[in-house]
Design a protein. Sequence first.
Length: 136
Amino acid sequence: MDTSKTILLLEDDLVDVMTIKRAMKQLNFENPMSVVANGEEGLAFLKNAKELPGLIILDINMPKMNGIEFLQLMKQDEKFRTIPVVILTTSLEQQDKWNSFQLGISGYMVKPVDYDRFKDMMDSLKKYWSFSELAF
């Protein structure tokens, strides 16, 4: 993924946002990041964006509009359908995994409690997306 492409993070937990930003900074992510707190804000971001994000990192459990609801609406729109989405959540629910993959996500990651494991997971995400080509 082009390092000029924005990463859109949908996450309502401020501690998780800070942890993600900290890991990304330590891992030298070059992509700019925008953060919104729920699916409604995520859809508004996409509709108002001059350039689409290169990757969406999505939590499932959020107020107003959760991650699954966001995915359902996002994937219905041809303009947004090809944006890769990686779920980053605490949910171990099989139904959440099933629903997410049915809606075309690119990956499902469960947030580890241990920071070093979390950082390793974010490093894997960075490495994978640094080699991946986007559809747009």
